[in-house]
Design a protein around this ligand. Structure first.
Ligand code: HEM
Length: 348
């Protein structure tokens, strides 16, 4: 009771603020995945030997005879970004709770951000206790990727501002689902290559005992499978005259997948130099974000509900209705949408 009245006293979140916080969450989640990989490939995990201070008596790195400045600043930068992730995640949740009308899906997606931080802290702790064993590093990375996806969903939910309806036929949506399943396998196979390769923890960390070339082959085969599905999706989008927004996002996906595939081939050919590994992690996060953006674009707000664009949307001129006036739950619904979505071309 006391808790709910405290939350009810929060000022109503302007829709544009919710969108901006969600975009910040996407950037922060991608950023922490990349800086985490930089810590790993540069072996900087102990650059700050104490917590929360970096060196005993100092929050920031200070010259130390046994620590390389590079290791200190890389680990310190990762910690700083972790603080940003915590702040942005908490702000997303509070803003979603204070958004009106109250929307369960918005709140759940926003809650996934701080819950993800807690889950990552637990997995990270297990990783340290397990001596950076590959089977603990894998879920640590994959959880980051899931959070990137959910953050993109949060942006879409914040932008849509209410119930949505499919804007592409059922068969196209099925193709998007199948390609996402293959993408998950592709990402998981990538972490297996890492687990068997030179950058899985420090030199003493036991590796996954499968030859790297075999795993790299599996990884590349899955990429070809994924590419085939992406090409098929393109044909399906044009054949069904999908909305321009879906097709624009599709081209972004094609661009990042091709760039990531080329980068993967180059890094493999060059013997996986550290710097390219971190760019490959960035690429994996961008492919995930682009795939999630295509996924979310296959639905649009139902006519009559206004989508939110950060660049143009003003804060509401009149205060949104308070609790008790708003529907308790405006979950997106397809109940009144055509089953194949073909007749609906609402754009956001
Ligand atoms: C869209 C295409 C691709 C995606 C999404 C992708 C994704 C990934 C992911 C998620 C990892 C694990 C990163 C980590 O655990 O830190 C990885 C590692 C790796 N990938 Fe890819 N990859 C793609 C294409 C390729 C291609 C075409 C090759 C060439 C064979 C390749 C070679 C590698 C190698 C060698 C590693 C291990 C790097 C290391 O030792 O840490 N990737 N990839």
């Amino acid at each position: 009771m006391a808790r709910s009245s405290l939350l009810d006293r929060l000022p109503v979140t302007p829709p544009v603020l919710m969108v901006r916080l969600a975009i910040a969450a996407v950037v922060a989640q991608i950023g922490i995945a990349v800086t985490g990989s930089v810590v790993r490939v540069t072996g900087s995990g102990l650059g700050c030997p104490t917590w929360p201070q970096c060196n005993p008596g100092s929050l920031i790195p200070v010259a130390h005879p046994e620590l390389l400045p590079l290791h200190q600043w890389v680990e310190f930068g990762n910690r700083l970004l972790a603080v940003v992730v915590v702040l942005v995640s908490g702000a997303c949740l509070l803003a979603a709770i204070a958004a009106r009308p109250r929307r369960k899906r918005l709140i759940w997606l926003a809650a996934a951000m701080p819950l993800g931080v807690v889950a990552q802290a637990v997995i990270g702790g297990i990783t340290v206790l397990a001596g950076l064993a590959w089977w603990s590093v894998m879920p640590h990375f994959l959880a980051s990727i899931v959070l990137v996806w959910l953050a993109v969903e949060l942006v879409a939910e914040a932008r849509n501002g209410g119930p949505t309806t499919p804007v592409v036929p059922r068969a196209v949506r099925a193709l998007v689902v199948v390609s996402t399943v293959v993408l998950v396998a592709l990402l998981a196979a990538g972490t297996l290559v890492t687990a068997a390769g030179p950058h899985a923890g420090d030199s003493a960390t036991p590796r996954l005992d499968i030859p790297v070339p075999a795993l790299a082959q599996l990884h590349a085969d899955l990429l070809f499978g994924y590419l085939g599905l992406v090409v098929g999706l393109g044909f399906a989008l044009w054949a069904t005259d999908a909305p321009a927004r879906v097709r624009r996002r599709y081209w972004w996906l094609v661009g990042v997948v091709l760039a990531q595939g080329a980068l993967g081939g180059i890094q493999y050919g060059l013997g996986v130099p550290e710097v390219l590994v971190s760019f490959h992690v960035l690429g994996a996060a961008l492919v995930t974000a682009a795939a999630a953006a295509v996924w979310t674009s296959t639905r649009s707000p139902i006519r009559g509900t206004a989508p939110i664009h950060p660049a143009t949307a003003p804060a509401p001129a009149t205060p949104a209705p308070g609790p008790g006036h708003a529907p308790a739950d405006a979950e997106p619904t397809t109940a009144d949408a055509p089953a194949d979505g073909s007749a609906v071309h609402a754009q956001s």
